[in-house]
Design a protein around this ligand. Structure first.
Ligand SMILES: [Zn+2]
Length: 280
């Protein structure tokens, strides 16, 4: 993937400054730890899951952060991909006469306060709708390489584009609508809705990949396979099999490997968000 010439819109960099928050304290702590452990196997854990774990929104005013383009290559990569995803969606929204607010990407180490409670690296990358920020501990990229068997920079780009997809859902009101509906559903029913949200974010990642490549010609041979490898590696069935040796579809919150691959491709085919109607 030839991303190096891409525009850098800047990141909020909390690595090494004020990071390394202590262990989660308070009554919600144990629940949050359990959620974090589950989140270890399910990247992009739903922010509402974090919130429902009973954590309070942590104060963010005393966080040490620098903004701008990071000096390291990995940070620059995250900046370029995140900026490209925002630019892509901004153009799409503008073409439809809709207002657009870009998301912010926060790079952190181990743990950081977010508008959705404490962010923990073990949750994997996630989007917090309350502060409209994508949170990522770049160590997750090593997890993709080493533990999930999904190496390559396009796999990493897919992960960031998926999280920006959740930001688009926030702007479109889809995530709020799902959160409201889920309160009236059984666990299985709520999971089914959550899966649709996740698959749409996969499809939106495909929309970004197609449009960014049309503009920047980033994609090299094998890149799409990398993205599909990531989609497969983080499919709930693959992760469950690795974690417990069996698959329990009712508990899926992200979708199976085949579904995730299918929806990424649906978005990539024409780069048209109208092809991402996972809700039918
Ligand atoms: Zn997600």
């Amino acid at each position: 993937m030839r991303w190096q010439g891409g525009r850098r819109g800047g990141v909020e960099d909390r690595r090494g400054g004020g990071g390394g928050m202590g262990p989660v304290a308070g009554g919600g702590g144990l629940v949050l730890v359990v959620v974090a452990l589950i989140g270890y196997f399910v990247f992009g854990i739903d922010p509402q899951t974090i919130m429902s774990a009973g954590s309070q929104s942590a104060p963010t005013s005393d966080v040490q952060a620098s903004t701008g383009t990071p000096g390291d290559e990995e940070g620059q990569f995250a900046d370029v991909i995140h900026t490209s995803a925002n630019d892509t969606w901004q153009a799409l929204f503008q073409s439809e006469g809709k207002d657009f607010r870009p998301s912010t990407i926060v790079l952190y180490t181990q743990g950081t306060p977010t508008g959705c409670g404490m962010g923990e690296a073990a949750m994997g990358p996630f989007y917090c709708p309350a502060d409209e920020k994508v949170y990522i501990d770049l160590d997750f990229f090593r997890t993709l390489d080493n533990q999930l068997g999904a190496p390559g920079d396009f796999a990493k780009a897919y992960v960031i584009a998926h999280e920006v997809g959740h930001h688009i859902q926030k702007l479109e009101g889809a995530s709020d609508a799902v959160s409201r509906q889920e309160q009236h559903l059984s666990k299985a029913g709520a999971n089914a809705l959550s899966v649709k949200l996740e698959l749409q974010a996969d499809c939106y990642a495909g929309v970004w990949a197609k449009r960014a490549n049309d503009k920047e010609h980033w994609i090299e041979a094998g890149d799409i396979d990398e993205a599909l490898g990531a989609a497969t590696a983080v499919g709930d069935d693959t992760l469950q099999e690795k974690a417990q040796g069996r698959v329990v579809p009712d508990s899926f919150t992200h979708g199976s490997a085949a579904q995730r691959t299918q929806w990424f491709k649906a978005g990539f085919r024409a780069g048209d968000p109208a092809d991402c109607r996972t809700f039918g």
